[in-house]
Design a protein around this ligand. Structure first.
Ligand code: RNT
Ligand code: ZN
Length: 416
């Protein structure tokens, strides 16, 4: 039964145009992180795996992608069950050596990513990029751009420079700017005696990486802060204050990862402040659970609040939405689908908010009406509008997608 028409009526009574919301939603891409498909391993060598970096994928669900082809096949499956047109977010450790000789990270060029660009082009997807400052012998002690060893620093600076060039080529070839995001794991497990020097080295390293101006139509630089990681519990060089200062000073994009703050802090609250001083932001939509910052995104209050802020502030044009989670304990394709569909649902909910009425009440000082409206909005027939969106985008509505994933698991994943 199609319950869209009555739902549309109910929303209309509150002054909300559901068709307009659905039109708007299809213009907002979400950048799908490649690394959910193989537990952040990459394919640099046959036994590549996530190491160090203060991040960890846990679980051993069968069917993990073992090659670039398998990862692409899985991404295609996930994308076919997610409504709308999206983007691919690729890490440098997913370089394609095409069976040839491995290229070191500081020597990477667009050639090692051309097959990914072509893959995106064939599907009409935009692409974003990330230098990989982890899972590498020169990052094993946990220090990259802040290393006291000038040679190690140089290697990672060169990697950063190489990745920006690749980012610009990606953006040029695909006709949509590539967001190239710098995140480094550098920090201390235990209390440091010197908090200052690593940050000074980090600023100098970043300055070298960003020295060459690039056309913002092709490449946009972002920097990502973090509160703590596994093995960097006491000190992270790239803290919020460090990167926010750096981004404001140098007018870079600031990347806000939902798992990178104290649990009682609200990422949503930071958006309007940060966008007052930097041109654009990158969101890493994620879910922190206790010590982990990378659980699969669900339709929870923090995620809803983030999307509400993006919509309420009219920030969509200045916000790049990416996902960042990795769960190896459930079907990895389902993880992508659940996380992306949940992020989209949060966006749609925000687009269906009776903003004008809420603002009116607030401006009149009628906080009673504001609270009443917020509460009533929560039980509007949202599911009918979401299902209609899925139908219009030709993907299964409701939980029907799960059947397809189960079939894919039986026919493809379990045979790996
Ligand atoms: C780690 C950061 C970073 C990574 C990815 C793989 O805490 O969130 O964004 O998750 O780059
Ligand atoms: Zn992140």
């Amino acid at each position: 039964m199609n319950s869209y028409s009555p739902a549309k009526e109910i929303y209309a009574q509150l002054g909300i145009d559901t068709d307009a919301a659905l039109e708007k939603l299809q213009t907002i891409p979400i950048s799908l992180h490649c690394w959910q498909g193989d537990d952040v391993g990459g394919f640099e060598n046959p036994d590549a795996g996530l190491s160090g970096g203060g991040i960890q994928a846990t679980g051993n669900y069968p069917g993990k992608a073992r090659t670039i082809d398998e990862l692409r096949q899985d991404l295609d499956k996930a994308l076919s069950l997610i409504p709308g047109k999206h983007r691919l977010n690729l890490h440098a450790l997913y370089a394609d050596f095409d069976g040839g000789k491995k290229v070191e990270r500081n020597a990477l060029t667009t050639a090692q990513f051309q097959s990914w660009i072509d893959w995106c082009k064939a599907r009409g997807l935009g692409m974003d990029f990330n230098p990989s400052f982890f899972s590498h012998p020169l990052a094993n002690d946990g220090f990259t751009l802040t290393s006291t060893d000038a040679g190690v620093r140089k290697f990672w600076i060169e990697h950063g420079i190489a990745c920006r060039k690749i980012g610009a080529d990606i953006g040029k070839q695909l006709g949509t700017a590539c967001v190239t995001n710098v995140w480094i794991p550098d920090g201390y497990k235990d209390i440091p005696a010197d908090r200052k020097s690593p940050r000074e080295r980090l600023e100098a390293s970043l300055d070298e990486i960003f020295a060459q101006p690039l056309d913002p139509r092709h490449n946009l630089d972002a920097v990502e802060s973090k509160l703590f990681g596994i093995g960097s519990e006491s000190y992270v060089a790239g803290s919020l204050e460090f990167y926010l200062g750096y981004a404001i000073k140098n007018q870079k994009l600031f990347c806000l990862d939902a798992g990178h703050f104290h649990p009682t802090e609200s990422l949503a609250d930071k958006i309007s402040s940060v966008l007052q001083f930097v041109p654009e932001i990158l969101l890493h939509v994620s879910r922190g659970v206790r010590w982990d910052s990378d659980h699969v995104v669900i339709l929870d209050d923090p995620t809803k609040a983030i999307m509400e802020e993006v919509v309420r502030g009219d920030f969509i044009g200045r916000t790049h939405i990416g996902l960042d989670f990795f769960d190896a304990s459930i079907n990895r394709i389902a993880a992508w689908i659940i996380g992306t569909r949940s992020a989209l649902k949060a966006l749609l909910l925000a687009l269906l908010e009776p903003t004008a009425k809420l603002r009116e009440a607030e401006a009149a000082g009628d906080f009673t009406a504001r609270l009443a409206l917020f509460e009533e909005t929560k039980t509007l027939p949202f599911a009918a509008v979401w299902d209609e969106y899925c139908r219009r985008q030709n993907v299964p509505a409701g939980v029907d997608w799960l059947k397809e994933v189960k079939t894919y698991e039986r026919d493809v994943l379990l045979k790996r």
